[in-house]
Each structure stands twice: as C-alpha cells, then as structure tokens.
Design a protein around this ligand. Sequence first.
Ligand SMILES: Nc1nc2c(c(=O)[nH]1)N[C@H]1C(S)=C(S)[C@@H](COP(=O)(O)OP(=O)(O)OC[C@H]3O[C@@H](n4cnc5c(N)ncnc54)[C@H](O)[C@@H]3O)O[C@H]1N2
Ligand code: MOO
Length: 394
Amino acid sequence: MTARPPPPPVHDVRGRGFARRAPLTDAWDWVDAWVAPPPARILPLAACSGLRLADAVAAVGDWPPADRAAVDGYGVAAADTLGAGSYNPVPLTAAVAVSAGDPLPPGCDAVIPYEAAQAVGPFIEAIDAVAPGSGVERRGAWTVAGSPLLPAGRRLRPGDLGLLAAAGHSAVPALPAPRVRILIAGGPKAGAPEQLGAMLAALVGRDGGVVEAVEELPADLAALADAFARPGADLILSAGRTGTGPDDVAPPALAQAGSLDLHGIAMRPGGSAGLGLAGGLAGGVPVLLLPGEPMAALAAYELLAGRAVRHAAGLPAALPHATVEAVTARKLVSEIGCLDLHRVRLDEDGRVEPVASPNWPGLAAAARADGFVLIGADSEGVPDGAAVIMYRFD
Ligand SMILES: Nc1nc2c(c(=O)[nH]1)N[C@H]1C(S)=C(S)[C@@H](COP(=O)(O)OP(=O)(O)OC[C@H]3O[C@@H](n4cnc5c(N)ncnc54)[C@H](O)[C@@H]3O)O[C@H]1N2
Ligand code: MOO
C-alpha cells in the first residue's frame, strides 16, 4: 500500500449525531482504492479450493497419456464384432479383459462392455457389435499438452483441482485467501445473546476470506485500538458501538489506531458504518466498522464489508447473490438521499412483498424474507407493479 496524505478529521458523532452521511459509492471507492489482494503464491492444490488463480494455466502433458478403456469389458478389434446380435453371438477369439482406465491392449480399437458380451465356458462371445473407438478414451481426450486449461482469475472449483492434477500440476499460482479478523466490539446490551460472530464468519467464508479470529472485546477505546493495530490480519471487521452514544467507541478507537476515513453512510439499515486504516498511513490494514444492531450489521456487511472481503480475495466486487427479476406487490417507500435495503418475500407469481421496513431491527424479519431489494438514494421509492431486482439471501 502506498503512502497517502492524511485524511481530514472525521466528525465525532458521540453525543452530537451525524452531521452528514456519505453516499455508499464513496465507501465503495475507498474500498476499491485501499483494499488489495495479497500477492500471488505458488500453493499446493489441496490448499487452493475457492482461491483465485493468479495466472492462466496450461496442461503439462496429454491426459489420458495413451488410449485407454473407458468402460469395464473386453478389448477387441471392432471388426471382429461385425454382425453380432443376441440371436447371432459372434465368438471373440482375441478378446482381452480390461477395466476402465487400463491401457488399450495391442491390436484392439474398441472395448466391448460386459453387457454386450457373454462368457460361454472359457469362450467370450459378442452379442452386440461395437464401432471402432467405442468404449475408448483417446490419448489427450481431456487435455492436450500446452493447451489452455484454466484462465487467470478463475475461482478454483473442487473439480478444477482434479483437472489440474490430471494435467500435471501439483501446485499453481493462486491469490491466498485474505485473513479477516472479526472483532465483536462491546457486544449485545441488556443480556442479549451474541449474534454477530457466527454470522460474520459465515459471510467472510462465502466471500473468499479465512477468519483469523473472532474476538469479543469490551466497549473500551484502548482495547479496541489495540485489536485494530495488532498485526496478523489482512482485513478487519469490527461490529458494534458505531452509533452516537457515549459508549460508541469503535470509530474513535480506529482514529487512534490509524485513521477513521469515513463514518456515517447514507444507507438503511447500517447507516452508522464507518471505515479507515489501522496502523498508520502507509501499509495500513483496512478496517470496516459495522453497527452492532444485528440487521444493521448484516446490511452493512452485504452492502459494504462484503465488497472489501471479495476485493481482498481478488473476487468480483459485485454482490454474489443470485438475482430474480420481480415485480412489487406493494409500493416500497424509500428515503431520498439514502439507499434502502428492503427485506422481501417472493410469491409464486414473481411478486415481492416487504417483510419489514428498512429500519426494523433484528434478524427475524430477514429469516422470513427470501431476499432483499435495493432502492437507490436517488429514488423516493417505487409504486406497486414496478420491476425490481431481488437478491436472494440463500
Ligand atoms: N441519536 C441517534 N441515535 C442513533 C442513531 C442516530 O443516527 N442518531 N443511529 C441508530 C442506529 S441506525 C444504530 S444501528 C445504532 C448504532 O448501533 P451501534 O453500532 O452503536 O450498536 P451498539 O450500540 O453496539 O448496539 C445497538 C444494539 O445492537 C445490539 N448488539 C450490539 N452488538 C451485538 C452483538 N454482538 N450481538 C447481538 N446484538 C448486538 C445491542 O444489544 C443493541 O441492542 O445507533 C442508533 N442510535
Ligand atoms: O446506523 Mo443503523 O446502522 O442504520 O441501522
């Protein structure tokens, strides 16, 4: 990360409230500028599932390396089976038993499966004819030496790892998964159970990160500043104490540990989110501050922090959710100047109905919803019957 000029001080909202909330696109611009994937490394295949391939990979050798049986049966010369049928069994004097994967025996150009042959005493008879090449995988049928196998940027699927092994690779250049520290700042109030650690860890995994730690901390400025400044993470997510009360110490703790570059984002829920760099102006670790209210934390993750995790993993910035083109069953009201996330249910006719207003707290309404619809900051909402995109929660 390159050095940069010190950012202007961010307004302390404690006891005062937010003077201004920045457009979400400002926060995205910051993420795109300050969050970078770790440098590529040559990693063994077993460590590569879900990682991004840093460079295109070509096949080292042909696979299969020689013609081989694709089925279990008998290696034959196809011409020897000519005219065979269940009423006209044809003796196969040169048949050689083979299993799928065995090299094709010399003189054979097909494998007749057990279903198309019968053993009569010590003799084998064909009861169906096979064509040359039938039941055979030709040399190079999967991959030919030097041919392109997978493109740069590919998010490696489990099947890709087998293909890479078949093509002669035991290790490939990949972008290591970013180590993401999750800090539970302050935790729930009034004896409520902790709800954010497991949720955020699952989201980080979905977006290509590995969880370095989930740490519960008191609402204490110095303790939080220490946790921001401690090395070992590529990215830090902190959840809780981002609001306007006297105990909302996450933003000033980040300012102390490095810089608080933005606090207050024009979105609902999640508007008290913030961001900055821990550990100084050069080489700082990006920190995303999420609200502690659980639905606000989920929204701020989906709309902001998830982008940072994907960026750090070298994955596309766009939301990873499957989308559905839907029509509103009721109007969705929205505050002008604020991006609203509406939790909605989808009916069988492709119509979406809000489950709760954007500010309604808690994860219960999210659990009842099939997904969410975003109404942009430039809109006062959409009438019923409007075309919208629903992002599926699952
Ligand atoms: N005067 C104003 N007051 C508030 C504003 C505002 O703009 N002006 N914004 C409101 C909004 S919106 C939110 S969101 C909260 C800010 O939330 P915080 O990040 O400060 O959240 P906490 O104070 O930590 O707790 C709020 C709420 O969330 C529960 N919580 C916190 N952590 C957890 C956790 N780990 N697991 C489960 N639940 C958690 C906590 O019990 C509280 O109920 O400020 C508003 N006020
Ligand atoms: O600021 Mo709260 O984070 O909008 O729900």
